[in-house]
Design a binder for this molecule. Structure first.
Ligand SMILES: [Zn+2]
Length: 143
């Protein structure tokens, strides 16, 4: 089997994060000194440099900040997945996260779209939050 570029390589520090993701939980890092959260996970707080940081579960809610529809990626196995949506989302807790948007027609993507985490193969991705609409039109926002 050739190299794959879509699977996480957990180490001693990030194993907790990936184990939680496999259970459908998105973890952030919370700083006990300045009471802020950050992502991606670090062993110290990027705001105040404190090492008093611990894992903290996120709500899984986010809004879409920006995105790009990827039509070409030659790294396996992405070639078989195009087109897909690479995105940056604003987590409800504050940090930004690079991710992928799934279950949404590309023409329905818009800044501020309300999202929820969905875990596919143990990797967190985001999809439009169920139950939202544009108000009154009754149009299905996403597939
Ligand atoms: Zn801090």
């Amino acid at each position: 089997m050739g190299a794959r570029y879509d699977l996480p390589e957990a180490d001693a520090f990030t194993r907790t994060y990936w184990d939680a993701a496999a259970r459908g939980v998105l973890l952030l890092r919370h700083c006990g000194t300045c009471d802020r959260v950050h992502h991606y996970p670090r062993e110290f707080c990027p705001r105040c440099w404190s090492e008093d940081v611990s894992w903290s579960p996120a709500t899984g809610r986010a809004t879409l900040h920006t995105w790009s529809v990827v039509h070409r990626n030659d790294l396996p196995p992405f070639k078989d997945r195009t087109p897909y949506v690479a995105a940056v989302v604003d987590l409800a807790e504050g940090p930004r996260m690079m991710t992928e948007i799934v279950d949404c027609a590309h023409e329905d993507l818009r800044a501020g779209l309300e999202l929820e985490a969905v875990f596919l193969g143990g990797v967190p991705r985001f999809r439009p939050r169920r139950g939202q609409g544009r108000g009154g039109g009754g149009r299905r926002l996403c597939l």
